[in-house]
Write a protein that binds this ligand. Structure first.
Ligand SMILES: Cc1cc2nc3c(=O)[nH]c(=O)nc-3n(C[C@H](O)[C@H](O)[C@H](O)COP(=O)(O)OP(=O)(O)OC[C@H]3O[C@@H](n4cnc5c(N)ncnc54)[C@H](O)[C@@H]3O)c2cc1C
Ligand code: SF4
Ligand code: SF4
Length: 434
């Protein structure tokens, strides 16, 4: 039998705890507003926790994210729900009513001490989403080292029900029968901060990203470059070889009408340049080539970052990559059509290839439900006042922050989150005494 529905009340409901949701929640909580922050994943932090370093400063990504994650977790005015889905948000009599489901982790969070003994005892290995399937995790595991909160999730679909984790747990908190918990929440305003996904690596069939082991996604490269990455360094997934020649293929998921992504994803040139620079630091003798159509280095200090990369010896080749195949040793072979001369297409072999995939919205109202916000042609949530207040959505009292309204870098995401928090606070003020 499921537990009785829990009732919650907050000034603002924030959906999504990536850097945008974290920043908006902190800004409002510091003004004394009560926040209910709901994240669907087992930990807060969003995509940034997957990144190694960030352009253009090359600061470590977790040095920016982890302090904000900790501040959110310890803030007395923020009620945090992780591993929790928002099913529906409706507006009645000027208030928002949300129906929410907390998914079972199959353990009692009030008793769990995060000791990981369950994880050590489990012998069932699964691909680890945190490392984008380059590494493995156990069927019961904490999402990553500095995850918040430090409670594991048991994957009931893959669990053998052998009971080893329950035997090892010193607090006897594992509960294989745990049910989802229903929650009803009321809030005065809503901030949606549901972020982005990458375009599918299989989308461009001619690149074989889902077939060839050494053609990888940019988030996989972030994990290879991270200090505690799955292989402890940059190696090829197929054979563990340290690559001598690495290529980036730009616009491998953007500016392509046939994929439904006609727009530029804005950050791909910059993350490819950043990864190339980090690679040339960790593999100084490797050849690194970026195949591009245009380089879009749009932000403050970004053009200089690009020039620095050129000065470091990274090769920028203006070319179309028509298709990718591989040889018998899983070396990717690129068919390259250079744009700066009229030479014939050539075949170039590299050890490892990164496809610079594009950004698409993680949540799309007319596909995923929850709340019926208007979307634009690009399927991102539409801002009704793009130039002056980009966080205003088509519904009064609902604000948007971060990459859910379109591709953007971390700086713009944080600025927009601050703007959404200000707009939400203004809106709450305007509703007082009504
Ligand atoms: C390979 C790569 C490298 C990058 N490197 C850099 C860099 O060096 N510098 C830089 O400035 N930018 C970089 N970026 C861009 C950066 O990742 C984004 O700007 C930033 O992470 C956006 O944060 P966000 O909060 O908008 O979205 P996200 O990080 O996607 O967070 C959204 C959160 O919402 C949650 N969520 C989604 N749907 C729901 C739902 N229905 N209910 C509850 N929760 C939900 C998600 O689980 C997630 O936690 C890079 C991007 C890529 C792909
Ligand atoms: S019961 Fe499941 S999660 Fe626990 S140790 Fe066995 S396989 Fe792992
Ligand atoms: S062994 Fe028990 S207390 Fe320790 S992390 Fe696992 S579930 Fe929590």
């Amino acid at each position: 039998m499921s537990a009785a529905t829990i009732q919650k009340k907050a000034d603002v409901l924030v959906v999504g705890a990536g850097i945008a949701g974290l920043q908006a929640s902190l800004d409002l909580a510091d003004q004394g507003k009560q926040i209910l922050l709901v994240e669907s994943q087992p930990s807060i932090g969003g995509r940034m926790i997957n990144l190694s370093k960030v352009f253009p400063t090359l600061d470590c990504a977790s040095c920016i994210t982890t302090p904000r994650m900790a501040s959110v977790a310890h803030h007395p005015s923020i009620d945090l729900l992780t591993y929790t889905e928002v099913n529906k948000i409706e507006r009645t009599n000027g208030k928002f009513h949300a129906s929410i489901t907390k998914k079972p982790r199959y353990l009692d969070e009030t008793a769990c001490i995060g000791c990981k003994r369950c994880e050590e005892a489990c012998t069932t290995f699964l691909p680890d989403e945190y490392d984008h399937s380059l590494g493995a995790k156990k069927a019961i595991s904490i999402a990553f080292t500095n995850a918040i909160p430090q409670y594991p999730v048991l994957d009931m679909d893959e669990c053998l029900l052998c009971g080893a984790c329950a035997k090892a747990c010193p607090t006897q908190c594992i509960n294989f029968m745990q049910e989802p918990q229903e929650i009803e929440a009321e809030a005065g305003a809503v901030i949606m901060a549901t972020g982005y996904n990458l375009t599918e690596i299989s989308a461009k069939k001619q690149y074989g990203g889902d077939i060839y082991p050494n053609v990888i996604s940019p988030l996989q490269m972030e994990r290879l470059l991270a200090p505690h990455g799955p292989y402890g360094g940059v190696m090829r997934p197929s054979d563990g070889k340290i690559p001598d020649s690495i290529a980036f293929v730009q616009c491998a998921g953007s500016r392509d009408k046939s994929l439904g992504v006609p727009y530029c994803s804005r950050v791909c040139c910059m993350y490819a340049i950043k990864q190339a620079m980090l690679l040339s630091g960790s593999l100084p003798i490797a050849d690194i080539t970026i195949y591009y159509m245009d380089i879009r280095a749009f932000g403050k200090g970004y053009e200089q970052f690009y020039q620095n990369a050129k000065a470091m010896g990274i090769q920028f080749v203006k070319a179309k990559v028509g298709r990718i195949s591989e040889d018998e040793n899983h070396n990717p072979i690129l068919r390259v059509e250079r744009q700066e001369d009229c030479s014939q297409p050539e075949e170039v072999t590299h050890d490892l290839v990164v496809l610079s995939l594009g950004m698409v919205p993680a949540w799309i109202p007319d596909r995923d439900g929850i709340i019926p916000l208007e979307i634009g042609e690009d399927r991102f949530v539409r801002s009704v006042n793009e130039k002056i207040t980009p966080s205003l959505t088509s519904m009064e009292g609902v604000f948007a922050a971060g990459t859910m309204t379109g591709p953007k870098d971390i700086v713009d995401t944080i600025v927009e989150a601050g703007a959404a928090a200000t707009e939400a606070a203004n809106y709450l003020r305007s509703q007082e005494g009504r």
